[in-house]
Design a protein. Structure first.
Length: 303
């Protein structure tokens, strides 16, 4: 299949490069480092084995890209308004769009923009960053779960999954609501807390007070999900997420990097939207609401 990557950052750059390195035809949309990648290729420094792509199909404008069978969106959700212009040149009748993005409610809003496009959610569990042109730093983990949101052809969904597996990526299929809320169990506590306290994941868990707060925040997410009828989340899953983070390389999540580099933070889909959904269903999330307010304050101060 022919893949298009919209958003060649830490996520799109990593997974797109892995697919290309495995032999898939991949086309990358890149604005900030287009010339660098065109001339020098893409470097992936990875805990699983580093590699370099000498020749990259890279484009500065979506209008110059070919139609694709699968389009992977790795943009931050703060840039989703750009999809109205970026996606149409890449779409053909049966194109599947995979949204590897943070938060809850993303697919519903993109589906409103493109009612007839088949959508798949990609939930990446990865520590990866891109802080210089043409280079992705993959620190640890890297697995991804796919959840079918509106893909009508199950064989295409399976083919995408197999292409990732054949590229050396641990990939699986999970129910949509379960996948999104499971990712939120980690995202909602750690993204905001590293910003609010100006720290990294390891230090939050080394301090007993903030370790308990992280657990409390995770408990609110699990409680909201279960109240909404989502299965597969419980106290054992909280334990698993904390143990996984204990073993993780000290890490600044994407929201912390956005704040440090004075970029807009993904507050709406990571916090405001799930908090609103839970509140309307009768399940308040008071500690996460406080964290959301703190993040909005910090974001306003940056503007």
């Amino acid at each position: 299949m022919k893949y298009g990557i919209v958003g060649t950052g830490a996520i799109g750059g990593f997974y797109g490069s892995k697919l290309a390195y495995s032999g898939q035809e991949v086309h990358f949309l890149s604005h900030s480092d287009y010339l660098f990648v065109k001339e020098r290729g893409m470097q992936v420094d990875s805990c699983d084995g580093s590699f370099h792509l000498d020749h990259v199909n890279v484009y500065q404008h979506a209008a110059d890209m070919p139609k694709c069978d699968v389009v992977i969106v790795g943009l931050k959700t703060t840039n989703n308004h750009l999809l109205a212009d970026l996606l149409p040149p890449l779409l053909q009748e049966h194109t599947v769009v995979v949204l590897i993005q943070n938060g809850i409610g993303v697919e519903a809003d993109v589906q409103k923009m493109f009612p007839h496009v088949q959508l798949v959610a990609g939930l990446a569990f990865i520590c990866s960053a891109k802080t210089e042109p043409g280079r992705v730093n993959h620190q640890c983990y890297g697995s991804i779960n796919f959840a079918n949101y509106s893909c009508q052809d199950e064989s295409v969904f399976t083919a995408i999954l197999n292409d990732f597996i054949n590229a050396g990526i641990q990939a699986g299929s999970v129910p949509y609501d379960e996948a999104r809320w499971k990712k939120a169990v980690w995202n909602m506590p750690f993204n905001g807390m590293t910003v609010a306290l100006n720290t990294q994941t390891d230090l939050l868990l080394k301090n007993p007070a903030t370790r308990q707060l992280i657990r409390d925040l995770m408990g609110e997410v699990v409680g909201a999900a279960r109240h909404l009828g989502v299965t597969g989340l419980d106290e054992a899953f909280i334990d698993k997420m904390i143990e996984m983070t204990d073993d993780m390389t000290p890490y600044s999540p994407s929201m912390k990097l956005d704040y440090d580099f004075h970029r807009p933070m993904e507050i709406y889909y990571i916090y405001s939207r799930p908090i609103q959904i839970a509140r309307e269903a009768g399940f308040p999330m008071p500690k996460l609401e406080m964290l959301e307010a703190e993040l909005k304050f910090l974001q306003a101060a940056e503007q």
